[in-house]
Design a protein around this ligand. Structure first.
Ligand code: ADP
Length: 526
């Protein structure tokens, strides 16, 4: 009896839905558990909680892997190979295991001959393959051993190798490990799905997988990805026409679950300083229980503003200065994708990082979010500590950018902005100030009007991108020019002060000293 294809789809849909239904309540187990763990001091209690946590995570990982496997089996992952930089793609996944390598003191290396060449592959497939192979390599390789990844071309194939010097696989088991649910009894946790998924994905990619292994010596898995276009169907190659290309360059976010499977996530949160909050977060979440949970978890470190849907969130953004938006994807009235899109398409708000939170691990949903400019996609369930650490990292990155802006003479729009709209606005701002550099009358009013912005919006925007006010921004550009001119040594200080828009040399000298730490004459001599 072969089920009708439609019943397969039905089953798939229901299994995807069930997994979806499983993930949300699991959020409410895993996350508070993590919190309990960080507060519990008794050794016995801690052991038990760790045990619960380990098994809950295993369950989750199993759900995820089953979903992946079923989707691969039913061809839901459409193969869309495109020409792209495989080195960068693999490096991304590679780096996700770096901290684990450090902890296990594993000699972890990446060799590539394909840095500067675009080759044919499907990024989503590749991410899943590399994640599974690396997660296995780390699982079955002891402390102090080595794991490496190699990328090169051989005949008409791109070859990806994951090599470990771990426990190895007995010869009589080497065929079997690719079977679904097959595991070698060795005291390690696992589901037996990983390698069968890898093999299925490699087959769907028209490639081959080989294994060379010896017990006690280690294992080498090699994946051959064909470069001969004729092995792919016309449909599959459609992706390279350009239209689909952009949709498929994002990572699957799946690495979290693979790393989690091997690694116990330890997050240190040192920043719980009394009284000082790290910024303002706007939470958009329709589920009251989850909103409450988020607010409880985040309120100690951040100022919070809460909205029940995307529309409310947009309204709140109008008169609140927000450092980060944390939004559910599925919400009534306006969903998270639409909210993100509006935020990112509005110059006033596009610098605000948006984290989308959703139970749907489906790549398509993640892509949608990332395509409208979301800064990260956080699959439910998430651990509160990991979420907090992610938010703090993001905020810290911004402070680092502000520091970079303060410490460098040149303003580098591409380095300090995170999206095209901000970059363009910053370039325009620089051009306007430079055009007016000797204009003594040039004010922030004129600046704003040439920017087609209100003065307060210009101020807020520059502050958000550079950490500095509009007036400081103007000063910075003027002093940079002054420094250049002083270095050239062709003009006197008073000439230079007029050239950079100061009508009195003494005011120029005083401001210059404040800004640069020395007088213009001293600077010229140095
Ligand atoms: P699991 O979830 O059990 O790791 P896999 O399908 O990924 O499932 O792997 C199947 C079996 O293959 C594992 O139980 C393990 O015994 C063996 N295996 C996989 N990768 C390696 C490796 N790099 N080194 C040694 N054994 C491995």
């Amino acid at each position: 009896y072969y089920p009708h294809p439609k019943s397969c789809i039905y089953k798939l849909n229901s299994s995807v839905n069930i997994s979806h239904e499983l993930r949300t309540p699991l959020t409410l187990i895993v996350a508070p558990l993590q919190e309990l763990l960080s507060n519990v001091t008794g050794h016995w209690e801690r052991e038990k909680l760790l045990y619960i946590q380990r098994n809950t995570k295993r369950l989750l990982h199993l759900v995820n892997q089953l979903m992946d496997y079923r989707r691969a089996e039913l061809g839901i992952f459409e193969l869309k190979p495109v020409y792209a930089n495989i080195y960068k793609r693999v490096l991304n996944t590679f780096l996700n295991y770096e901290s684990l390598a450090k902890r296990k003191d594993i000699d972890y290396n990446f060799y590539s001959e394909l840095q500067d060449e675009d080759v044919l592959f499907d990024g989503t497939y590749l991410d899943l393959i590399v994640n599974n192979l690396l997660s296995n390599a780390f699982k079955y390789t002891g402390d102090g051993e080595s794991v490496s990844v190699k990328l090169y071309k051989e005949n008409k194939n791109v070859v990806l190798q994951v090599i470990d010097t771990g426990v190895g696989i007995p010869e009589d088991k080497q065929q079997k490990i690719f079977e679904r649910f097959y595991q070698i009894e060795n005291g390690h946790e696992g589901s037996g799905i990983g390698l069968s998924l890898v093999q299925r994905l490699v087959e769907l990619h028209h490639g081959q997988i080989t294994l060379v292994s010896e017990v006690g010596e280690g294992s080498t898995f090699s994946i051959y990805i064909p470069q001969d276009k004729s092995v792919y169907s016309a449909d599959e190659l459609l992706g390279s026409s350009g239209e689909l290309e952009g949709q498929r360059v994002y990572s699957t976010n799946a690495h979290d679950m693979y790393v989690d499977d091997v690694e116990f996530v330890e997050v240190e949160i040192n920043e719980k300083e009394e009284g000082s909050k790290h910024g303002t977060i706007l939470i958009a979440e329709d589920n009251e229980e989850l909103r409450q949970y988020l607010s409880n978890g985040l309120s100690a470190q951040f100022n919070l503003i809460e909205a029940e849907n995307g529309q409310q969130a947009l309204d709140l953004l109008k008169d609140n200065d927000v450092d980060l938006i944390l939004s559910d994807v599925m919400m009534p009235v306006m969903d998270g994708i639409k909210l993100c899109k509006s935020v990112k398409q509005n110059l006033r708000t596009c610098h605000i990082p948006v984290y989308l939170l959703s139970a749907k691990v489906d790549v398509k949903y993640q892509l949608k979010g990332l395509q409208v400019g979301a800064d990260d996609y956080i699959p439910k369930p998430f651990s509160m500590e990991v979420l907090i650490a992610k938010i703090l990292n993001m905020l810290r990155t911004r402070y680092r950018i502000f520091e970079h802006f303060s410490n460098t003479a040149e303003i580098e729009p591409d380095k300090i902005t995170s999206n095209a709209m901000d970059e363009e606005m910053l370039k325009k701002a620089i051009a306007i100030v430079e055009k007016n550099i000797s204009n003594v009358e040039f004010s922030t009013e004129q600046f704003a009007s040439e920017m087609n912005m209100s003065r307060s919006n210009l101020h807020l925007k520059l502050k958000a991108i550079t950490g500095k006010s509009a007036i400081d921004f103007i000063h910075k550009i003027r002093f940079n020019r002054a420094c250049q001119l002083l270095k050239e040594g062709k003009y006197t200080v008073s000439e230079i002060s007029f050239m950079v828009g100061y009508n009195t040399p003494s005011y120029f000298a005083a401001r210059f000293k404040k800004y640069m730490g020395c007088l213009p004459t001293e600077y010229g001599k140095k």
